[in-house]
Design a protein around this ligand. Structure first.
Ligand code: KG4
Ligand code: ZN
Length: 347
C-alpha cells in the first residue's frame, strides 16, 4: 500500500469534522461548527455540542466521501479522535466511527487529537524529519514535544504549569467584552496596538524559575497582571486602550512561546519546529516564530490557517502515519479518554 487512504473523524469539542487524506494529499475536508450556539454562554456547553455532533455526524462524513468521489469501500482505514476532549462529544464521534468500521470491515484507529494538530503540517511540508521538536498551542494545551517518530514515539519536553495560551487569551477577551472564542479578537485588536504599551510579565523566563523550568510555560501570571491593570484603569475612570492591551498581551505570550521553543530546538539539535493547535492561527505568534526561527537557523512549519483549528484532515493525516508505520489498529472495544496523555499517539 504505497499511499494509504484514510477517513479522519473529529468531534472533541465544537467542530464535527471529516476529511479524506491520501498519503500527504488532502482529498476532501468538511467542517461543521456549533460555535454560534455557544457564543451567548461565553464558552462551549458540552450538552449542546454533543447534540450538534449527533446531528452533523452523518451529513459531514457523507459529504467528505462525496467530495472525494469515494465510498467506504475505497478507503484503507478510519481514524477518529479518541481524546483529549469533552467526553460526550468524543463518544459521538467514536461511536459513529466504530459503526462505520464495523459495517465496512475497515480497520479503525482511535488517535490523540493533540498529536493530530502537528501531524497535519505534513500536508504542506511533507513527512516529518525523523527526530524533531513540536510546539502544541491550543485552547486546552501548551506543550513542547520531542517527536522521535510521530506514529510511535512522542515525549513531553515541557508543558504549561497552569493555563494554556488559548485559555489565557479567552479569559482576557471575556474581561474586555469579546464573545467566545476570544483569541481571534485579541489577535485582530493586537495588530492595531503598541506591543510595548503595557508591561506584561513573561512567566518562567527569568531567575530561578526560568532555570528550573526552561521549557515549561505559565500564563496565569500574565492573565492576572493584565486583568489587574484593566481593573485598576477602570476604577480610575480611564478608558481602556483595548488595542494596546491586546498587542502587549499577544507580544508577551508570542515571545515566550517562540523563545522557549527555539531554545528547545537548539538543545535537542532539531533543525525543524513543527507547530500546531488552534492558537497557532495567532498572527503575532506566527510572525514571532518565523522571526526567531530564521535568526537561529530553524525551519518553522506552521499549518495554513484553516488547518490550525479543529478539523478532520489532522486526524486522517495521523491515521496515514499509523498505517504507513504498520501500527496495529485499535481494538473494537477501545474507549474514549477525555484526559488522554500527550505521549499516547493511538489507543
Ligand atoms: O485547537 P483548538 O481549535 O481547540 C482545542 O483543541 O483546544 O483551539 C482553540 C483555541 C481557542 O482558545 C481560541 O481562542 C484560539 O484557539 N484561537 C486563537 C486564534 N484563533 C483561535 N487564539 C489567538 N489568536 C487567534 N487568531
Ligand atoms: Zn484542537
Amino acid at each position: 500500500m504505497s499511499e494509504p487512504i484514510v477517513l479522519g473523524i473529529e468531534s472533541t469539542c465544537d467542530e464535527t469534522a471529516a476529511a479524506i487524506v491520501r498519503g500527504r494529499t488532502l482529498v476532501s475536508n468538511v467542517v461543521a461548527s456549533s460555535m454560534d450556539e455557544h457564543a451567548r454562554y461565553g464558552g462551549v456547553i458540552p450538552e449542546i455540542a454533543s447534540r450538534a455532533h449527533a446531528e452533523a455526524f452523518v451529513p459531514v462524513v457523507s459529504k467528505a466521501l462525496a467530495d472525494a468521489d469515494m465510498s467506504l469501500a475505497d478507503i484503507d482505514a478510519i481514524a477518529v479522535s479518541a481524546g483529549p476532549g469533552l467526553a460526550g462529544c468524543l463518544a459521538v464521534g467514536v461511536s459513529g466511527a466504530k459503526a462505520l468500521a464495523w459495517a465496512s470491515g475497515k480497520p479503525i484507529y482511535g488517535i490523540n487529537h493533540v498529536i493530530g494538530h502537528i501531524a497535519v503540517t505534513q500536508l504542506q511540508f511533507g513527512a516529518f524529519p525523523p527526530d524533531t521538536l513540536a510546539l502544541i498551542v491550543s485552547g486546552g494545551h501548551t506543550s513542547l514535544l520531542h517527536v522521535k517518530d510521530v506514529a510511535r514515539h512522542v515525549d513531553v519536553v515541557g508543558t504549561t504549569l497552569d493555563d494554556a495560551a488559548g485559555e489565557c487569551f479567552d479569559k482576557i477577551a471575556r474581561l474586555l467584552g469579546f464573545p467566545y472564542p476570544g483569541g481571534p479578537h485579541i489577535d485582530r485588536h493586537g495588530q492595531l496596538g503598541d506591543p510595548h504599551a503595557i508591561k506584561v510579565p513573561q512567566g518562567l523566563t527569568k531567575g530561578k524559575a526560568g532555570k528550573e523550568h526552561p521549557y515549561d510555560f505559565s500564563f496565569s501570571g500574565v492573565k492576572t497582571a493584565v486583568a489587574r491593570w484593566v481593573e485598576a484603569e477602570r476604577a480610575a475612570g480611564h478608558e481602556i486602550p483595548v488595542d494596546d492591551v491586546c498587542a502587549s498581551l499577544a507580544d508577551s505570550v508570542a515571545s515566550v512561546l517562540a523563545n522557549k521553543a527555539i531554545r528547545g530546538c537548539k538543545e535537542y539539535g532539531s533543525e525543524t519546529l513543527i507547530v500546531g493547535g488552534g492558537f497557532s492561527a495567532n498572527s503575532q505568534l506566527r510572525a514571532k516564530l518565523l522571526e526567531v526561527g530564521e535568526a537561529n537557523g530553524v525551519e518553522v512549519r506552521i499549518p495554513q490557517l484553516k488547518l490550525c483549528t479543529d478539523n478532520g484532515a489532522m486526524v486522517a493525516t495521523l491515521g496515514v502515519n499509523l498505517v504507513e508505520a504498520g501500527v496495529r489498529p485499535s481494538p473494537m472495544d477501545f474507549s474514549i479518554d477525555s484526559a488522554m496523555p500527550m505521549d499516547v499517539i493511538s489507543v
